[in-house]
Design a protein around this ligand. Structure first.
Ligand code: GCB
Length: 598
């Protein structure tokens, strides 16, 4: 990774403008675009919004489900400024892209959920019109994360066949910014914190270009300057530090200044939350105090928007989380748009940040396998594994580098429900855990969400986790409906086994729940009714409450969400506590009451 993933800011040294708006778009089903020089201008484009997930905007099914190469194009004008570099920054392009500026290839990127950042200074024509062209592709295979396959229909059309349970929303789904930064500049910084009595020690490191010294300052919005230091590495002491916590998400400002004899060369500022987070002694600890995680596995998902980031929708989601007394969510199953983390920092919501390592088993109905257990597909024994691991490693690096300074991010999740039951899986994951530990300056706890097959006796990877995370569907995929009492017994048996296996590590639930059709009521309950969702949660809570090593419950899912169509999904997954329109189902009131007291 060469370019800075810092979120852009505006001051006298840096600025940016948004390229969001209507772009040109064109599908390229035969992948002829590059040979035919579409980078010099699309031959027959249509107008299309950026950012947007392209699927649900179309009324035509083939377009909605389009899989393959697709192009975007826009133009911009830029005044000359030789003192600064020009950076082009896409919040993400799903799943891979090649970017051209004025017809010249400026870079490429694999992975659909982290920023694509390019220094395009050499390709820009100043005081002139410029063209940006993007060749994107949304095919799935066993080296892409998330994993899946691409079906070829008899007429040659490609169709995404995910090994995961969410719609393969694609496109330029996050904002595009054109940034100007000084030639000598801050590239990156990281912080980690130590509490000393009432004070906090903020250890920092910066990465910069050029030779001028850098000064780092911490400000409080009312108290002013709290600490200052000069140098690329050092410690700042914040006296009587006001710690960041859900009830009082206090944010300081950290400022980086590079100066020469004429004045400022670079300035950068960001929020800084001072907090520590640990997993030890059977508990999770925020600032040295035990904390129980209450909340959700989520998706970036909404009608028409697909996975496009939208402040109103994000704010509604946070409002619903606060209303229901939640304090945490997992970014299942990929890193979200950066604005989610900024909002969580300011609202005091904790995040388990997950890399898009999902679908690591060969199964198109992965959710059925996930719930009930299935045959091993020896996914990690195939010859694509090395490439997959490299893509996984890079995605982890980009996620940790991008998100490491958010106080809301308390842990990283390295996977969701891979096969973990044979030695090759361990060989695959062990170096990834080691890598993640080595690059996270705060050494946050690492975890991975375990499939039902991954039990204390079978899982070869659970000991890599600092706390264990379980996805369990007792009462849904396992013994649902009238058999729920059998599910409860099986659940207790499994929990007894975990008790012997954890050796002081806490355990949380990262998924449990039941599909529920919001229009359906039935007394006595049947599966899919609102009554059954409550009963299923009540049973699960009864079991969990009997095991003191359980330190978190993130229910599946925050809201109903779109999936690929199929016989097991009624226009999407309906396990939401809220509908797709963010209205509460009955079970929401059960959770609200429970979490008020927890
Ligand atoms: C799982 C998966 C999740 C699915 C869920 C379900 O285990 O991790 O992506 O959506 O089950 O509802 O089946």
């Amino acid at each position: 990774m060469n370019e800075s993933l810092l979120y852009p800011c505006i001051n006298s040294c840096r600025d940016f403008h948004s390229l969001d708006g209507m772009w040109k778009m064109q599908f390229d089903p035969d992948s002829v675009g590059q040979k035919e020089n579409w980078q010099d201008g699309l031959p027959s484009p249509f107008a299309f919004p950026v950012p947007a997930s392209f699927a649900d905007i179309f009324t035509d099914k083939e377009k909605r489900d389009y899989c393959g190469d697709f192009w975007y194009e826009t133009r911009f004008h830029l005044d000359a400024d030789t003192t600064r570099d020009v950076i082009l920054r896409f919040g993400s392009i799903t799943h891979r892209a090649t970017i051209f500026v004025n017809g010249i290839k400026a870079g490429e990127h694999e992975g659909g959920f982290t920023p694509v950042v390019l220094d395009i200074t050499p390709y820009v024509r100043f005081d002139n019109k410029n063209r940006i062209s993007v060749l994107a592709n949304n095919e799935l295979n066993e080296t892409s994360i998330p994993c899946g396959t691409t079906k070829i229909l008899p007429d040659g059309r490609k169709l995404a066949a995910p090994y995961f349970d969410f719609f393969n929303y694609s496109g330029i789904q996050r904002s595009v910014l054109l940034i100007r930064v000084p030639k000598e500049r801050l590239i990156d910084y990281d912080t980690d914190m130590e509490l000393q009595g009432n004070d906090a020690l903020v250890h920092y490191r910066v990465k910069k270009t050029g030779d001028h010294p850098i000064t780092v300052e911490i400000y409080d919005k009312t108290l002013g300057l709290m600490a200052r230091n000069t140098g690329e590495e050092g410690t700042l002491r914040v006296k009587d530090a006001e710690l960041w916590e859900p009830e009082n998400p206090h944010l300081y400002t950290i400022v980086f200044l590079i100066k020469d004899e004429h004045g400022f060369i670079d300035k950068f500022r960001a929020d800084l939350g001072i907090r520590t987070f640990e997993a030890r002694d059977g508990k999770l600890w925020l600032n040295g105090k035990p904390i129980f995680l209450k909340g959700f596995g989520k998706h970036e998902d909404f009608e028409i928007m697909g996975r496009t980031f939208s402040y109103p929708i994000a704010m509604r989601d946070f409002a619903c989380m606060k209303w229901i007394n939640a304090n945490c969510f997992r970014t299942s199953h990929y890193p979200y748009a950066e604005e989610w983390y900024q909002l969580a920092d300011s609202l005091g919501i904790l995040i388990i940040d997950e890399v898009p390592a999902v679908g690591m088993m060969r199964s198109l109905m992965n959710f059925a396998t996930a719930g009930t257990g299935g045959k091993e597909t020896k996914f990690f024994c195939s010859d694509t594994v090395q490439q997959l691991q490299e893509n996984h490693r890079r995605a982890l690096e980009e996620m940790i580098v991008r998100d490491k300074n958010h106080p809301s991010v308390i842990a990283f999740s390295i996977y969701n429900e891979p096969e973990t039951t044979y030695p090759e899986a361990r060989e695959y994951f062990k170096p990834l855990f080691e890598y993640a530990r080595s690059i996270d300056p705060q050494k946050r706890p690492l975890t991975g969400a375990q499939l039902i097959n991954s039990t204390p006796n079978t899982c070869q990877c659970q000991d890599l986790c600092d706390f264990v995370s379980l996805n369990r569907y007792y009462g849904w995929y396992v013994m649902g409906g009238s058999e729920i009492s059998v599910a409860e017994k099986l659940f207790r048996q499994e929990m007894d086994e975990w008790k012997e296996t954890l050796h002081g590590r806490p355990l949380i639930f990262t998924e449990f729940g039941a599909d529920t059709y919001s229009a359906e009521h039935k007394l006595p309950s049947v599966m899919w009714s609102q009554e059954y969702q409550r009963e299923c949660y009540e049973m699960n809570f009864r079991v969990m409450d009997d095991y003191d090593f359980v330190q978190g419950e993130l229910v599946w899912n925050f809201a109903d969400f779109q999936t690929t169509e199929g016989i097991m999904r009624v226009n999407g997954n309906k396990k939401g506590i809220f509908t797709r329109n963010r209205q509460p189902k009955d079970a929401a009131y059960l959770l609200k009451k429970r979490w008020e007291k927890k």
